[in-house]
Write a protein that binds this ligand. Structure first.
Ligand code: CAA
Length: 282
């Protein structure tokens, strides 16, 4: 079994650790904060409990899944044995570049270095390492244990062999991988974020209210949740950051973030995580 290391124990990191461990892989879950790691283990336990309650996972499988996850606050120790590292730290370019410099220095020479970034260039991340052919995007969707897609992003130098290995690994997790090339927003967010931005513009221009917009898209288009509710779940700061990447990277004014989104982020209304976005979440 491949040894997996996951960097970052937030929403995406704990979901990624959960699915790897559930499918039999030993996982080193790494974060700078031990309380964050303890919280992540609690979250994974609760999400496994949902599966046990539904009857899709046995109590024994839950216990063995949790038993496969070891936590580390030291990156060099956590990645020392890794065959693949999946980085799921905060979506910040400088932070990610520093993490990849460290990963390159401490992960075994043959290890694949994957990033769960939702919009930062894989090519740019790969360029700070001495192994750009082994750097790839492995973009999971939230909630990771439920969503079937892994967007596999090939950087400019990513090798065919590494791409094939990551596609295969994603299938071993019960996911459907989709190979895409490294351009701003990849495919998922290049299409999702303009829809969310248009929903916000529709609200901003007074065409309809929050619930009306979401109801049209939920019941009219069979989306599981409306775009404004989804934006609250993703985080309005994350939506804004991705729209800026699209706007700057593709140079087309159609990606300009709605002023209402900018204002809400400046006001600290970030969605579920801050308690208020388009909806109140307290
Ligand atoms: N772990 C394990 N199971 C979970 C879970 C978790 N974290 N969260 C939900 N579930 C399970 C539930 O147990 C339930 O299972 P069953 O249907 O088998 O009973 C199922 O998922 C549905 O959950 P709920 O009944 O609680 O709620 P729901 O019907 O409203 O579905 C949802 C929740 C799956 C999140 C659904 O609302 C949905 O699909 N929302 C849209 C999600 C989406 O678009 N994600 C992509 C976001 S974009 C992104 O991630 C990338 C980016 O770069 C920004």
């Amino acid at each position: 079994m491949l040894q997996v290391a996951v960097i970052g124990s937030g929403t995406m990191g704990n979901g990624i650790a959960h699915v790897f461990a559930q499918h039999g892989f030993p996982v080193a879950l790494i974060d700078i904060s031990q309380p964050a790691l303890d919280k992540a283990l609690g979250t994974i336990g609760k999400n496994l409990d949902r599966q046990v309650t539904k009857g899709t996972l046995s109590e024994e499988d839950k216990t063995s899944t949790l038993g496969r996850i070891t936590t580390y606050t030291s990156l060099p120790e956590g990645v020392a044995q890794a065959d693949i590292v999946v980085e799921a730290a905060t979506e910040n370019v400088e932070l990610k570049l520093n993490i990849f410099r460290e990963l390159d220095a401490h992960a075994p020479a043959g290890a694949i270095l994957a990033s769960n970034t939702s919009s930062i260039s894989i090519t740019k991340i790969a360029a700070v390492t001495k192994r750009p052919a082994q750097v790839i995007g492995m973009h999971f969707m939230n909630p990771v244990p439920v969503m079937k897609l892994v967007e596999v992003i090939r950087g400019y130098a990513t090798s065919d062999a590494v791409t094939a290995q990551v596609m295969d690994l994603s299938r071993q997790l019960g996911k459907t991988p989709t190979e895409v090339n490294d351009y701003p927003g990849f495919v998922a967010n290049r299409i999702l974020m303009p829809m969310i931005n248009e929903a916000i513009i529709t609200l901003f221009e007074g065409v309809a209210g929050v619930e009306e917009i979401d109801t049209v898209m939920k019941l009219g288009m069979a989306h599981p949740m409306g775009p404004l509710q989804l934006a609250d779940f993703i985080g309005l700061d994350v939506c804004l950051a991705i729209l800026r990447v699209l706007h700057e990277g593709l140079g087309n004014p159609k990606y300009a973030p709605c002023p209402l989104l900018v204002n809400m982020v400046q006001a600290g209304r970030l969605g579920v995580k801050s308690g208020e976005g388009f909806y109140a979440w307290t």
